[in-house]
Design a protein around this ligand. Sequence first.
Ligand SMILES: NC(=O)C1=CN([C@@H]2O[C@H](COP(=O)(O)OP(=O)(O)OC[C@H]3O[C@@H](n4cnc5c(N)ncnc54)[C@H](OP(=O)(O)O)[C@@H]3O)[C@@H](O)[C@H]2O)[C@@H](O)CC1
Ligand SMILES: [K+]
Length: 500
Amino acid sequence: MSSHSCRSLYLADQVREIDRRVIAASAEPGDDAAGFALMRRAGQAAYAELRRRWPEARRLSVLCGSGNNAGDGYVIAALAACEGLSVQLLAVREPEALKGEAARAHEMAVLAGLRAEPWQADTSLDGEVVVDALLGTGLGGEVREPYAGVIEAINASGRAVMAVDIPSGLAADSGAVLGCAVRADLTVTFIADKLGLHTGQAADQVGELAFRDLGVPAEAHENLTPAAEYLGAGIVGEALPPRARGSHKGDFGHVLVVGGAPGFGGAALLASQTAARLGAGKVSLATAPEHVAASLTRTPEVMARGVRGVSDARPLLDGADVIVVGPGLGQGAWGQGLLQAALEVGKPLVVDADALNLLVTCWPGTRRDDWLLTPHPGEAGRLLDCSGGEVQADRLAAVKRLQAERGGTVILKGAGSLVAGPSGVGLCPFGNPGMASGGMGDVLSGLLGALVAQGLTLESAGRVGVVLHARAADRAAAGQGERGLLAGDLASYARILANG
Ligand SMILES: NC(=O)C1=CN([C@@H]2O[C@H](COP(=O)(O)OP(=O)(O)OC[C@H]3O[C@@H](n4cnc5c(N)ncnc54)[C@H](OP(=O)(O)O)[C@@H]3O)[C@@H](O)[C@H]2O)[C@@H](O)CC1
Ligand SMILES: [K+]
């Protein structure tokens, strides 16, 4: 599934392959200058971004490691020196050990009149901007010394920081911090955008992200399946065009929310209310009888019915076009019976919260094409029989495995939500920490139900839904701040976005 609003995200091995193709395509036989030409372009692009962001800076501290990321740093240092900036050039490994294009980049810095000083524990960083050219896509495993100490010093320096290609210590594939990582204000990444800059812990490390493709031709990406598509804001409008004037409620589907076991009413109320706000033609709620009055008072548009067990729910299940099952469902006999009935009725399902936990215990091997599973990392860990921490350490692998095992479409929630479906993985770049609060998942499940009811496939609903949900949260936070954001605040913002 591709869209004008999507951009491809790659893994480190794939970026290396793209580099290799570009260099091979531009090199004359016996020519070793093509790699250096690409590195010069990378350094120039990064330096241009630095000047754009910090036009007043007169002194830089450039910290270089031992690979090609260091090579980019030496190019930046040389360009800055040639422009008359003062440069504190620091080498974590002796430049004599550099090879290939990185060694040539170091020569370029020497020709510009610079001499790299060896990094020492008591070195003080005196540039107005620190350039992190320590570790790039070649990082393997937990950051070792002396790099770890240098990264701590950069973070403690209080200086503005530009990371070259990726903040050192951040894994380019998973976005995991491998022990420690540079906290950048600006990251300039090259050639192909990397998944790890958008998922895992990336949001706390990357700062502003500038992507520069260095003019690499499209052929260099041929036959490489991107690890994920970056889901842009435009996918919402593409999926939800203006309605025909002659529309009626039957055109926009009937969502049934099943949840709200005795004592747990709020989640199902939030889900059903959101489904109504996001344009479902009709919304019903099957919940414990004690929650019906609250639902009718809060959202009379939702047809709330008290169900004591499966037989009460049958007509509702039969009348629905899509079923959202799980919010506040509980894991007792009431919830288990209703989930079983929902699984048997043969309608598209959005499966969340307690319904996911019940899948682990009662339906461990079940897979189907017509469901959308929406776990947070803890629920994903239970479904995959591992810890939530392990899921977070490699979110892409986790969501792909879950989709392969369970079928359908899977949304792995959390910063940089991932949506894995039959056509690949999409990544949501929006959202904020205000969303780390109760009820957000219930709102998402209701929103997804509304999108499926309006005719989106489960996969498309998953992609559009995470973007709508996260952008609504960003809009809400922009007005009143992240802290204290209520899940119930999102629906009205999501409604505005869904109407273009
Ligand atoms: N021509 C091109 O291809 C282009 C490439 N480009 C640039 O190259 C970058 C990739 O360069 P790369 O592959 O040389 O790896 P890179 O990230 O510099 O690090 C390698 C060194 O890091 C070290 N190290 C590794 N793991 C470690 C750990 N856990 N803990 C501590 N140290 C660790 C290890 O060094 P050692 O320990 O042996 O001293 C290893 O040798 C890419 O991000 C982009 O910036 C652009 O210029 C465009 C053109
Ligand atoms: K770096």
